[in-house]
Design a protein around this ligand. Structure first.
Ligand code: GLN
Length: 234
């Protein structure tokens, strides 16, 4: 019996716009294949053991301050986990904290854990709306979701985007990039939540975590939902 250990990081603080739906999608898509999932919700002060997949959702600047402190306490652990190719997915605020830092409009710079070679600075306007990005990571070659952020994220070094934006703003509304990847660490600005609307990306994460391609599921309904959002502006 195959088993995956999934850690949901600080869901009581970073879990905005239904980002918890990403965990539900991962669990269901494993269960439908007979893969057992051990889910650990990690709270402030909790010790974190090794997992196959780590997920962190989005949130407002205030909650990011507390989570930044918690993540930094475990920076070495997370770096070791990244380097042994564990899978990470961060959404928006969680994504920002997987980079070097997030500089909000007001207040101190929030230090990140540098799993990604990226940094974020607050922009002058809020990006709110649908996003479609083209990707070569998965088939179909599209990712869809909803963005709501003022942070502008810039990628450096070997950290590469997961997609090219066709609708919406993505990382910063300037360079047409969306999200980030380094090793098996992924970040995206796509809420929605992301994985239920992009089941092919959920399966890619499961494949990376298992080390083997999972058997295909009948995704007719999921892909109908996905395709109904491709290139949808409003
Ligand atoms: N507070 C961050 C920003 O505004 C992240 C927002 C979010 O997670 N939706 O950019």
């Amino acid at each position: 019996m195959k088993k995956l250990r999934v850690a949901h990081l600080y869901p009581k603080l970073l879990n905005i716009y239904g980002d918890g739906g990403n965990i539900l999608a991962l669990i269901r898509r494993c269960q439908w294949r007979g893969i057992t999932v051990e889910l650990d919700e990690i709270g402030v002060g909790d010790k974190i053991g090794r997992h196959d997949i780590y997920f962190i959702g989005g949130g407002q600047d205030l909650q990011q301050i507390e989570v930044s402190k918690e993540l930094l306490k475990n920076k070495d652990f997370f770096t070791e986990e990244r380097d042994r190719m564990a899978v990470f997915l961060g959404i928006c605020g969680g994504y920002q904290l997987m980079g070097h830092y997030y500089q909000p409009h007001n207040g101190e710079r929030l230090e990140g854990i540098s799993l990604l070679d990226a940094y974020t600075v607050a922009g002058n306007k809020r990006f709110i709306g649908n996003v479609t990005a083209e990707t070569d990571l998965v088939e179909p070659h599209t990712l869809v979701g909803f963005e709501n952020h003022s942070g502008l994220t810039y990628l450096q070094g070997d950290t590469v985007p997961i997609g090219k934006v066709f609708v919406g703003n993505g990382n910063n509304g300037e360079d047409k990039t969306e999200g980030a990847r380094f090793k098996n660490v992924f970040g995206t600005y796509l809420h929605g939540s992301f994985l239920p609307k992009n089941p092919h990306f959920a399966d890619y994460m499961i494949e990376l975590a298992l080390g083997a391609k999972p058997e295909p599921l009948d995704d007719e309904i999921e892909l109908l939902a996905h395709n109904s959002l491709v290139n949808k502006k409003y």
